[in-house]
Design a protein around this ligand. Structure first.
Ligand SMILES: *Cc1c(COP(=O)(O)O)cnc(C)c1O
Length: 322
C-alpha cells in the first residue's frame, strides 16, 4: 500500500514539472444534476492526461544509472505519450511498443516527443512481452502503466491538489482502468480529509473493477468493447486493487451513449475537450448514477487526447440522436 506521505514525496519530485490543473465550477452541470459540480481538468495536463504525473514520478525515482540506460513501455495510448513526453524533458532515451494497427496520430505524437516506436502484435499481452524483452536486451527499465507504487503515488498527486483546493469536498468521481489513478487519488483524499467519498466509474462494457469490487477478488474480462480506450483493461492491478477495496466507496457504471453525450456536453457547455475515458465521471453525474443530492462533487476529467475524426462522428451521433 502507498501512503499519503509517498504522494507528498511524489509531489516534491514532480511539482516543478507538472501543471497544477485547475478545478472549474460549472453552473450548468450543477443545475442539471442537483449537486454542486466541479471539474478537475487533467485534460489540460502535459501530454494531455494525468498519466504524465505517474510517468514523471517513476522516472525521477529511478537511479541516475538506470535513467542513463533509458525506459521502455508497451502502450498505444496516453501512458506511451506521457512516458515519451517525460523522457524528452529529462533527456532520457525511450522506446514505446505500439500495436500493429496503432492510429497514425498517436504514433506521430509519441515520435514527436523523440521516443522510438516499435510495432508488435495486437494485444496488450504481446506488447508488454515485447517491451520487457527490449528492457532485458538493452538494459532499459520497463515502466508499467498502473501497477507500481511509484506510478500510483504520482497519479495520487492529482488527489492531493483536490484535497488542498477544496477542503469541503463531499465526493470525488474517478475513472477506473487498471486503477493506478483511483488508488493514488483515493489514498490522498481519504488520508487527508474526513468524510469524503470516492467513487470509481467504468463503462458497462468494460467493468472489470466493478465485478472485482463486488466479488472481493480480481476478476478478468476477455471481451471488451468501449469507446473509452483508456479504460479497456482486462482487470485491476494486483497492487492497485487492495487500495480500491480499502478506500473506494463504490464503483458506478455508464453506457456508451451516456459517455458520448457527456463528452459533447463538456465541450459545448464547459468548453473542455475531454476524451471518452475522461468523460465517464461527468456521465455518471448527468445520468443519475451518483447517490448524492446537494453535495459538492468533483469529477476528475482524466484526459483530452481524442481523435478528431472520431469526435466529429460522436458529435453527429449525439446531435441526430442515433
Ligand atoms: C489510463 C487512463 C485512465 C485509467 O487510469 P488507470 O490508472 O489505468 O485506472 C483514465 N483516463 C484516461 C484518459 C487514461 O489515459
Amino acid at each position: 500500500m502507498i501512503s499519503l506521505d509517498d504522494i507528498r514525496q511524489a509531489r516534491e519530485r514532480i511539482g516543478s514539472w507538472i501543471h497544477r490543473t485547475p478545478i472549474f465550477s460549472s453552473a450548468t452541470f450543477s443545475r442539471m444534476v442537483g449537486n454542486e459540480v466541479y471539474l478537475k481538468a487533467e485534460n489540460l495536463q502535459k501530454s494531455g492526461a494525468f498519466k504524465f504525473r505517474g510517468a514523471m514520478n517513476f522516472m525521477l525515482s529511478m537511479s541516475d544509472d538506470e535513467r542513463k540506460r533509458g525506459v521502455v513501455t508497451g502502450s498505444s495510448g496516453n501512458h506511451g505519450q506521457a512516458l515519451a513526453c517525460a523522457a524528452k524533458l529529462l533527456g532520457v532515451k525511450a522506446v514505446v511498443v505500439v500495436p500493429l494497427g496503432a492510429s497514425p496520430a498517436k504514433v506521430a505524437a509519441i515520435e514527436g516527443y523523440g521516443a522510438k516506436v516499435e510495432r508488435c502484435g495486437h494485444s496488450s499481452t504481446e506488447r508488454i512481452a515485447k517491451a520487457m524483452e527490449i528492457a532485458e536486451n538493452l538494459g532499459m527499465t520497463f515502466v508499467p502503466p498502473f501497477d507500481h507504487p511509484w506510478i500510483m503515488a504520482g497519479q495520487g498527486t492529482a488527489g492531493l491538489e483536490i484535497a488542498e483546493d477544496m477542503q469541503d469536498v463531499d465526493a470525488v468521481l474517478v475513472p477506473c482502468g487498471g486503477c493506478g489513478l483511483i488508488s493514488g487519488v483515493a489514498t490522498a483524499l481519504k488520508e487527508s480529509l474526513k468524510g469524503v467519498k470516492v467513487y470509481g466509474v467504468e463503462p458497462e462494457t468494460s467493468n472489470s473493477t466493478y465485478l472485482s469490487f463486488k466479488a472481493g477478488r480480481i476478476m478478468e474480462l476477455h471481451d471488451i468493447h468501449t469507446i473509452a480506450d483508456g479504460l479497456r483493461t482486462a482487470s485491476p492491478g494486483s497492487i492497485t486493487f487492495p487500495v480500491v477495496q480499502r478506500y473506494v466507496d463504490d464503483i458506478l457504471l455508464v453506457s456508451e451513449e451516456e459517455i458520448k453525450k457527456a463528452m459533447v456536453l463538456l465541450l459545448e457547455r464547459a468548453k473542455l475537450l475531454v476524451e471518452p475515458s475522461g468523460a465517464v465521471p461527468a456521465a455518471a453525474l448527468l445520468y443519475g448514477k451518483v447517490p448524492l443530492k446537494g453535495k459538492r462533487v468533483v469529477a476528475l476529467l482524466s484526459g483530452g487526447n481524442v481523435d478528431l475524426a472520431a469526435l466529429c462522428k460522436w458529435i453527429e451521433e449525439v446531435r441526430t440522436g442515433n
